[in-house]
Design a protein around this ligand. Structure first.
Ligand code: GLN
Length: 192
C-alpha cells in the first residue's frame, strides 16, 4: 500500500506526516508518471484555483481523471473543490465527484472554526463512537450531492461537510491538521 499526496500547492506535508504516523508509505506526487506507483491519492487543502492552474501547467489533469476512474481519491478542503463537478465558477476542476461545492461558504467573519461532528461511517475504523473534531479554514460547503455520491456528515443545521462516492471522498475540513487519524485510516480502507 502506497498513498500519494498531490504536492503542487497547499498542506501536503501534513498529510504525509499523518500517513507516516499510521505506518503507510506516502509520496509527494507532482508528475503523471508517479500516479502509476500509488494505490490512492490525497489532494490537500490550499487554494483550489492555484492547485487547478498548476495541475494544468504540469499536464496532470487528464492523468488524474484516469487515475480517479480506477482508484481512490480524497480531497480535503481545496482538494474537495478540485475533485467536484461544479464549484459555481470557472476554474480547472477534475469534475469527478458528483457534488456541487460553494467556495468560502462560511464568509469572512467565521472563516475558521472548529466543531464536533457526527460521522457514522468512521465506526468502520474505530468502533468506539466518539465525535470527530473538525477544523475548518475558509472552507467550502458541499451544497448538493447527486448521482452515487452520499452524505457522510452534516453540521447541526444540515449543511453538508463530508461526502463519499465509491472510492472518492470529499471533506470540507482538514483531518491532517488534527491528531485524529480516523479519516486517514478510513481512506486507506477505500484505497485497499
Ligand atoms: N478557500 C480555499 C479555496 O477556495 C480553500 C481553503 C482551504 O483549503 N483551507 O480553494
Amino acid at each position: 500500500m502506497k498513498i500519494g499526496v498531490l504536492a503542487l500547492q497547499g498542506d501536503f506535508a501534513e498529510h504525509i506526516h499523518m500517513l507516516q504516523r499510521i505506518g503507510v508509505e506516502a509520496i509527494e506526487v507532482r508528475l503523471a508518471e508517479q500516479l502509476d506507483q500509488i494505490d490512492g491519492l490525497i489532494i490537500p487543502g490550499g487554494e483550489s484555483t492555484t492547485i487547478g492552474k498548476l495541475a494544468v501547467d504540469f499536464q496532470i489533469m487528464e492523468p488524474l481523471r484516469a487515475f480517479g476512474r480506477q482508484k481512490a481519491i480524497w480531497g480535503t478542503c481545496a482538494g474537495a473543490i478540485f475533485l467536484s463537478r461544479d464549484a459555481r465558477r470557472t476554474q480547472p476542476l477534475l469534475s469527478l465527484m458528483e457534488i456541487t461545492v460553494e467556495r468560502n461558504a462560511f464568509g469572512r467573519q467565521v472563516d475558521s472554526f472548529e466543531v464536533d461532528l457526527d460521522v457514522p461511517a468512521l465506526k468502520k475504523v474505530d468502533p468506539e463512537e466518539r465525535p470527530y473534531h473538525a477544523v475548518f479554514i475558509r472552507a467550502p460547503l458541499i451544497e448538493a450531492v447527486y448521482g452515487d455520491a452520499q452524505i457522510l456528515s452534516q453540521l447541526d443545521d444540515g449543511r453538508i461537510v463530508a461526502a463519499q462516492q465509491g472510492r472518492w471522498l470529499a471533506t470540507s475540513f482538514h483531518p491532517e491538521l488534527t491528531d485524529d487519524d480516523r479519516f486517514h485510516r478510513y481512506f486507506i480502507e477505500l484505497a485497499a
